[in-house]
Design a protein around this ligand. Structure first.
Ligand SMILES: [Ca+2]
Ligand SMILES: [Ca+2]
Length: 99
């Protein structure tokens, strides 16, 4: 009986772990597809959506560890106040870099 409880606890722990992982993976996938759909004609609202998808620790800033693709490639250019993170205004700079 004890063994069964331990196994169930383990399964519960593993599956909760997986669901968190899946959520992050799908956020990154969403962010990547949104990022690839952005162009110089994209709206500030689209950049705001990208911002919230990228900001995985929800501190209202994109750190270099949270940046992907062209945001990561242009991180230093976008970080105009050089504080090693991007606020929404700085992320909007991506639109000017897209052709
Ligand atoms: Ca963040
Ligand atoms: Ca900054």
């Amino acid at each position: 009986m004890k063994k069964i409880v331990v196994s169930l606890t383990l399964i519960a722990a593993l599956s909760s772990c997986n669901s968190v992982k899946n959520m992050n993976t799908s956020n990154i996938a969403d962010a990547a597809s949104l990022l690839s759909s952005l162009s110089s004609n994209s709206t500030v609202q689209q950049v705001a959506s990208l911002f919230s998808l990228l900001d995985t620790n929800k501190d209202e800033a994109i750190q270099s560890t949270e940046a992907i693709g062209s945001v990561a490639d242009n991180f230093d250019v976008l970080d105009t106040n050089n504080n090693s993170s991007l606020n929404l205004t700085e992320l909007e700079g991506i639109l000017a870099l897209l052709k």
